[in-house]
Design a protein around this ligand. Structure first.
Ligand code: ZN
Length: 83
């Protein structure tokens, strides 16, 4: 088990098994967000999808989820409302 210092919860916790996606942001998440916080985001993302009736592969929905994900993982505060 590899531990990382998580940017979100501020603790040394287990690293995710895989990079969530192949972008620079994916690398950043892999390097600085623990498995537990990533799991919390996945739950929140599902709630947002259900709440707003998003279709995740649509560009506008993708963009909305990415923005919320960055905010959720790296900043404080409530998720964005859809614009
Ligand atoms: Zn964490």
């Amino acid at each position: 088990m590899t531990t990382i210092h998580c940017a979100r919860c501020g603790q040394d916790r287990e690293r995710q098994a895989f990079k969530p996606f192949g972008t620079e942001l994916g690398q950043r998440i892999y390097d600085s967000i623990c498995k537990g916080c990533w799991g919390e985001w996945l739950k929140t993302q599902q709630q947002l999808i259900n709440h707003y009736g998003l279709i995740p592969y649509q560009p506008s929905a993708k963009e909305f989820l990415l923005r919320n994900m960055e905010q959720f993982l790296f900043e404080q505060g409530a998720p964005d409302s859809i614009a």
